[in-house]
Design a binder for this molecule. Structure first.
Ligand SMILES: C[S@@+](CC[C@H](N)C(=O)[O-])C[C@H]1O[C@@H](n2cnc3c(N)ncnc32)[C@H](O)[C@@H]1O
Length: 211
């Protein structure tokens, strides 16, 4: 399902600040070397994450789903020296590419990679976090929400990517991942401890602020 008019999406991108040369290189390398390069987030979401971190004065970031490191490094770029992005992934091939970029970035030291299935590694992580970017396997989105919320500071934010799952949330009975993402969107709306805005940015971005 085409969520947004392609021309207007292209216009929005053209009129959004450029990313750093290294982030551009991650994009190019991922496109060239990996089959699923569309898993990478884009500059629009990246800039939004940076703005949220800067506006909130956030320091400690959790990411679920690092892939080749684009969003992790995007967030690290705007953190102060003592800031940290703890990013979770389970795919060694992707992590190898991500590490090669972290090593070249002046912000790479702010990123800590935790390898393994997030459902197993997340329970061992100590909070509190200021912001969590959820971008790993969609079936586990409701579980991730439950695990992250107690580890989030009051005033902290969760950013849930692919909150439309290409429109599958409209017919959740037809798609397991769409069902899980829809379940989370509904869970968030029913949760009195948070406020949220589900933005029609790209494939849907649910911004959830813990009260
Ligand atoms: C959409 S990509 C993340 C893209 C990344 N945030 C970016 O914008 O550059 C999803 C990532 O989640 C990882 N992943 C999938 N299931 C996972 C799981 N159960 N535990 C940890 N990572 C997982 C995949 O290996 C993949 O790298």
């Amino acid at each position: 399902m085409e969520i947004l008019d392609e021309a207007i999406e292209a216009y929005a991108l053209q009129h959004t600040s450029e990313e750093s040369p290294l982030l551009q290189e991650i994009h190019e390398t991922t496109d060239r070397e990996l089959e699923y390069s569309n898993m990478l987030t884009n500059r629009m979401v990246g800039r939004l994450l940076q703005f949220l971190i800067q506006l909130g004065g956030y320091r400690r970031i959790l990411e679920l789903g690092m892939f080749t490191g684009y969003s992790a490094l995007t967030m690290a770029e705007v953190l102060p020296d003592e800031g940290k992005v703890i990013t979770l992934d389970m795919n060694e091939k992707y992590a190898k590419i991500a590490r090669s970029f972290m090593e070249r970035s002046p912000h790479g030291d702010k990123v800590s990679i935790v390898m393994g299935e997030a459902e197993n590694t997340l329970p061992d992580l100590e909070g509190p976090f200021d912001l969590a970017f959820i971008d790993a396997d969609k079936q586990n989105y409701p579980l991730y929400y439950d695990l992250i919320k107690p580890r989030l500071k009051p005033g902290g934010m969760m950013v849930v990517d692919n909150a439309f799952w290409s429109g599958a949330v409209l017919t959740p009975e037809e798609d397991e991942k769409g069902r899980a993402v829809d379940e989370l969107n509904k869970k968030i709306r029913q949760d009195d401890e948070v406020e949220n805005v589900l933005l029609t940015v790209r494939d849907g971005l649910n911004l959830v602020r813990k009260k």
